[in-house]
Design a protein around this ligand. Structure first.
Ligand SMILES: Nc1ncnc2c1ncn2[C@@H]1O[C@H](COP(=O)(O)OP(=O)(O)OP(=O)(O)O)[C@@H](O)[C@H]1O
Length: 266
């Protein structure tokens, strides 16, 4: 069943410059879609438009139907009820999602209290449970820490716990591993993969890196200059890319892989 139906989505600046141009795609319940393209291709603005989070001055036209709610032109009240419940987002930089002055445990508690009505001991248990699910070591310490007192990888896990807290049908992950140390990137990808699989959640995974998209999604939409260039299964896109731009992405990924092979003769 279609969970997200995007038709003719167009994003314009206040001056009328088109940044996302007539984009259409669907995501079924439990499906994983990769949005791939170079920097500036419109991936982030697309994901922001899906939750009515575009920067002020920008406007969206077309249709974005998320779990039966029309997002384009929706009131702030309607958007508030959709965010977190039907879809949640994890951004590249976890500090954008976290309040620097609030202890981590309280930040995770907030959506649990607001959406699931949990209080007292039940709320404390639920926070502990979320911290354990995102495999944060020393959950007691992390829960009492302020965001700046934990590592970047731990902050991203906290942001993921907040996004998953209300069991949304769709998780939007916008370059969730790009800002992390290489050593923790793979761990974070595996964690995300496991948690969304366990929950049967749909995912939109945004990345400029084809290898990363191939790891966590089944299908990908390739974007360039705000437009969809090509869409297909990751397997088909890699084996037989049709558009010139997709070919160059695949060739770039292969070159990188070859370079890494040369570096590790073991
Ligand atoms: N607040 C803004 N005001 C004006 N133009 C913007 C704004 N945000 C983004 N843009 C422009 O919109 C285009 C698409 O940006 P977007 O951030 O969606 O690209 P992206 O594919 O996500 O790139 P990246 O991987 O670097 O995040 C770019 O040309 C960018 O310069």
């Amino acid at each position: 069943m279609t969970f997200l139906d995007v038709r003719g989505l167009t994003v314009r600046t206040a001056e009328g410059r088109v940044l996302v141009d007539d984009l259409s795609f669907t995501v079924s319940g439990g499906e994983r879609l990769g949005l791939i393209g170079e920097s500036g291709s419109g991936k982030s603005l697309t994901t922001l438009a899906l939750l009515g989070l575009l920067p002020s001055g920008m406007t969206a036209t077309g249709s974005v139907e998320l779990a039966g709610t029309q997002i384009v032109g929706a009131t702030e009240r309607a958007l508030t009820s959709v965010r977190g419940r039907d879809a949640a987002v994890v951004f590249q930089e976890p500090l954008t999602a976290l309040d620097p002055l609030m202890r981590v445990g309280r930040q995770i508690a907030e959506p649990l209290a607001r959406r699931r009505g949990l209080r007292g001991a039940a709320l404390r248990d639920a926070v502990g449970d979320m911290l354990a699910q995102v495999r944060l070591p020393e959950p007691e310490r992390v829960s009492h820490a302020f965001p700046h007192e934990i590592s970047g990888g731990q902050r991203q896990r906290v942001a993921l716990a907040m996004a998953l807290a209300c069991d949304p049908g769709l998780l939007i992950a916008d370059e969730p591993t790009t800002a992390l140390d290489v050593s923790v990137q793979a761990e974070m990808l595996d964690l995300l993969d496991t948690l969304v699989r366990e929950r049967g959640m749909a995912v939109i995974f945004v990345s400029h890196d084809l290898a990363v998209v191939a790891r966590v999604t089944d299908r990908a939409l390739v974007m360039k200059d705000g437009r969809a260039v090509e869409t297909g299964t990751v397997h088909d896109l890699v084996r037989s890319p049709r558009a010139e731009y997709t070919k160059s992405l695949v060739a770039g990924a292969r070159r990188l892989e070859a370079a890494l092979d040369l570096r590790s003769p073991r």
